[in-house]
Ligand binder design. Structure first.
Ligand SMILES: Cc1cc2nc3c(=O)[nH]c(=O)nc-3n(C[C@H](O)[C@H](O)[C@H](O)COP(=O)(O)OP(=O)(O)OC[C@H]3O[C@@H](n4cnc5c(N)ncnc54)[C@H](O)[C@@H]3O)c2cc1C
Length: 241
């Protein structure tokens, strides 16, 4: 049982991302077959890059849906993944608390609790007590011959939202842009914001043609739509009509 830190690793992204977006977009306006355009090596990379930048700037975003990124994420709380999976246009595979016994679960401590010695002590005591109760529940159920997945799936009801989890996430570029708009905002909860910023950093490095202007929605709007109460002050407040 220990405190853990977030780790985000890019497993894979679509190969030939720029060409994929370029070809998908060209198919909308050309009678040429996308299969032939994709195979045509005479189309300069610079031309394709310019094209992709233009369609991102114009907001014609559906061709971006053909390019996807897959991330492996660990060292995050169940509280985070509960928020993450609300983003429906994505694919998820998460460590199960049925198939994986939480015999020595790790946990995430919010920074506000960590920096306060009394709060931290209370939090750690609670995690330890939950671990003990979880283990006792498995033992008690074992006496009724309820073991393995059947026991795990019910004992997990006692686990905290702080419990560490691991998840694999795939999102296409359009959904990633949307995810960053919502979750890189300072209004988003700190842990998912930290995750979104790490994912954005990776996306920006791998595909700057798409992600260079990406971030919280204010970065594109150049104003804050969150209202006076919630604004971080980076941009002037203006409410969407
Ligand atoms: C700061 C913040 C606070 C939040 N607080 C709460 C809260 O208190 N309670 C709560 O329940 N949630 C809360 N959420 C979650 C939020 O309501 C969304 O569920 C979550 O952000 C996913 O966003 P989404 O639906 O836009 O995105 P996605 O599911 O990723 O979908 C992307 C876009 O696709 C379109 N789309 C997807 N599915 C449909 C559909 N079925 N019908 C029509 N269009 C669709 C929409 O345009 C949507 O914006 C909060 C989110 C943030 C960022």
């Amino acid at each position: 049982m220990a405190k853990v830190t977030m780790n985000v690793k890019l497993l894979e992204m679509s190969e030939n991302a720029i060409s994929l977006i370029y070809v998908a977009c060209r198919q909308c306006y050309s009678e040429k077959f996308a299969g032939d355009v994709f195979a045509d090596t005479s189309i300069a990379q610079e031309k394709q890059v310019e094209f992709v930048k233009k369609i991102v700037a114009s907001g014609h975003l559906s061709p971006l849906e053909h390019v996807k990124f897959t991330f492996a994420i660990e060292g995050v709380s169940r509280a985070l993944t509960h928020q993450l999976v609300r983003h429906r246009l994505a694919s998820y595979s998460q460590m199960s608390q049925r198939y994986v016994k939480e015999k020595d679960f790790d946990y995430i401590i919010p920074p506000t609790i960590e920096k306060n010695p009394e709060a931290k002590n209370e939090f750690e005591k609670l995690m330890s007590a939950i671990q003990q109760s979880y283990t006792k529940l498995l033992t008690f159920m074992g006496k009724d011959n309820i073991t393995g997945e059947s026991a795990n799936q019910d004992a997990r009801f006692a686990l905290p939202q702080a419990a560490e989890t691991k998840i694999v996430v795939t999102m296409n570029c359009r959904e990633l842009l949307h995810f960053f708009q919502a979750r890189c905002c300072t209004r988003a909860q700190w842990e998912i914001r930290r995750l979104a910023n790490k994912m954005l950093e990776i996306c920006h490095e791998k595909l700057p043609e798409v992600f260079s202007g990406s971030g919280a929605k204010c970065e594109e709007l150049e104003y804050c739509p969150e209202g006076e109460k919630f604004t971080c002050g980076k941009y002037p407040v203006k409410l969407n009509k």
